[in-house]
Design a protein around this ligand. Structure first.
Ligand code: IFM
Length: 455
């Protein structure tokens, strides 16, 4: 177990990439400034009851106005790689058509400032903030998104590709399709299989479309895409629970990676997925494949799964961590470091994957400011114990090339609003004052051992 293991930066190797991850809607604010158009998160957050306490990302961390301050703080904290996403409606207010010079200029300034600080920009193309204008036309359920996405990616590649070499096409497609188009708890708030299935297929097609455009138009691009993933443990050794766990694994961990690798959708484990065939056109399963340079895996917890007659389509349900009485974060996610190791192993077993980067890992806990300091021992031990498991994977000879903490500053945590704080840096959202938490200070010292940049 991780507790008997000493964390040692040297064991990760000289070329291991260290960084922090963020997303546009969670940090930027400036929701309607300088020509930015409305996104599905702007709209969703304005709906009564959609977000905890009626909160929204209109100001968030004010990164749009004050990005230099945060990037300078990253530099001070020895962070040499910064992952952020492009807000589609900042550069294309209607999603397609007329581009917005001021929005493009903003990202150019962020990129240039990172580079001047010795920080490598890692850009995610799509981190959930679809243009509302495109959602009005059906969003991810409309096959036309393949063309809309092409236009967006082409503009990003031509505007930033001369300086940005590290790209991720999608962030966690399982989460934005599942929570946004099946459960309705994230933007755009749609529900049911009739929305979920086409959204899955079109998102998977867009992964490859984005990858191909970047490959053609950005010299020396290092192209990835990212997946949420969690170790799945059956609740018992009963056959029914084991089958339920296999189904959950297929849904949560395999659904989006396997088509990219040419393995198709995991229909044999989830029978209802057969209905996705309705949305698959001739040649789609060929065009859905793409040879990514790396896969980003994003792990926070594990799930324990048991059989349930009452859950439609899957007959499987998650046994909540709070019910199991195990240690949890503020999100009520189990703290379970071996899960990250299990996911590294799992993805190493796919033949077609060349490189793995942990593009997100982190934890929300209640933080208290006292004497201008934030002491956060739980987050510190969470990060150290998960990192030890990454180190263990490296020692065991598994491929894993980088680790990004989610996240740099506390920010807007989607439907949960500002309550869960995941940052290495505390944000007072009234004054926008930043305070490096003790976990952040530890990370700063850990990275300071000998600085390195991405390859
Ligand atoms: O905040 C999110 C992020 O946007 C995507 N991955 C998980 C994080 C924590 O919930």
């Amino acid at each position: 177990m991780s507790e008997n293991f000493n964390l040692n930066k040297q064991d990760f190797g000289e070329n291991f990439v260290w960084g922090v991850s963020t997303a546009a809607y969670q940090i930027e604010g400036a929701h309607n400034i300088d020509g930015k158009g409305e996104s599905i998160w702007d709209r969703f957050a304005s709906k009564k009851g959609a977000i905890y306490n009626g909160q929204h990302g209109q100001i968030a961390c004010d990164f749009y106005k004050d990005f230099e301050k945060d990037i300078l703080l990253m530099k001070e904290m020895n962070i040499s790689n910064f992952r952020f996403s492009i807000s589609w409606t900042r550069i294309l207010p209607d999603g397609i058509g007329q581009s917005n010079k001021k929005g493009i200029a903003f990202y150019n300034k962020v990129i240039d400032f990172c580079i001047s600080c010795g920080i490598t920009p890692w850009v995610t193309l799509y981190h959930w903030d679809l243009p509302q204008n495109l959602e009005d036309k059906g969003g991810w359920t409309n096959r036309e998104i393949l063309e809309w996405f092409k236009e967006f990616v082409t503009l990003c590649a031509s505007s930033f590709g001369d300086r940005v070499k590290h790209w991720m096409v999608l962030n966690e497609p399982m989460v934005f399709t599942g929570a946004g188009y099946f459960l309705g708890v994230h933007a755009p708030g749609r529900k049911g299989l009739k929305n979920f299935l086409p959204a899955i297929h079109h998102a998977t097609m867009c992964q490859a479309i984005g990858g191909n455009i970047l490959r053609e138009s950005v010299a020396n691009a290092v192209i990835g895409t990212t997946f949420s993933c969690s170790q799945i443990t059956p609740f018992s050794q009963k056959r029914k629970d084991i089958i339920a766990a296999k189904k959950a694994d297929a849904l949560l961990n395999r659904l989006f990676i396997e088509p990219v690798l040419g393995l198709g959708y995991p229909i044999e484990n989830i029978k209802v997925l057969k209905r996705i065939e309705k949305y698959i056109h001739t040649d789609d399963l060929k065009n859905i494949e793409f040879d990514f340079d790396f896969i980003g895996i994003q792990n926070y917890t594990r799930e324990v799964v048991k059989h349930s007659y009452t859950v439609p389509y899957l007959q499987a349900k998650i046994v909540k961590a709070t019910k199991r009485k195990v240690a949890t974060t503020l999100m009520e996610w189990e703290v379970y470091p071996p899960s990250i190791n299990a996911m590294i192993k799992k993805y190493n077993n796919y033949k077609g994957i060349k490189k793995l980067v942990i593009t997100e890992n982190g934890a929300a806990f209640k933080d208290i400011v006292s004497n201008e300091k934030v002491n956060d021992p739980k987050r510190l031990s969470y990060l150290q114990n998960y990192l030890k498991e990454v180190q263990r994977a490296k020692k065991d000879g598994l491929e894993v090339s980088g680790y990004f903490v989610w996240t740099f500053t506390d920010n807007f945590e989607w439907a949960e609003g500002f309550y869960p704080r995941f940052g290495l840096v505390y944000v007072d959202f009234e004054t926008q004052k930043r305070t490096i938490k003790s976990s952040g200070k530890w990370f700063q010292n850990f990275l300071g051992v000998n600085n390195n940049n991405s390859d």
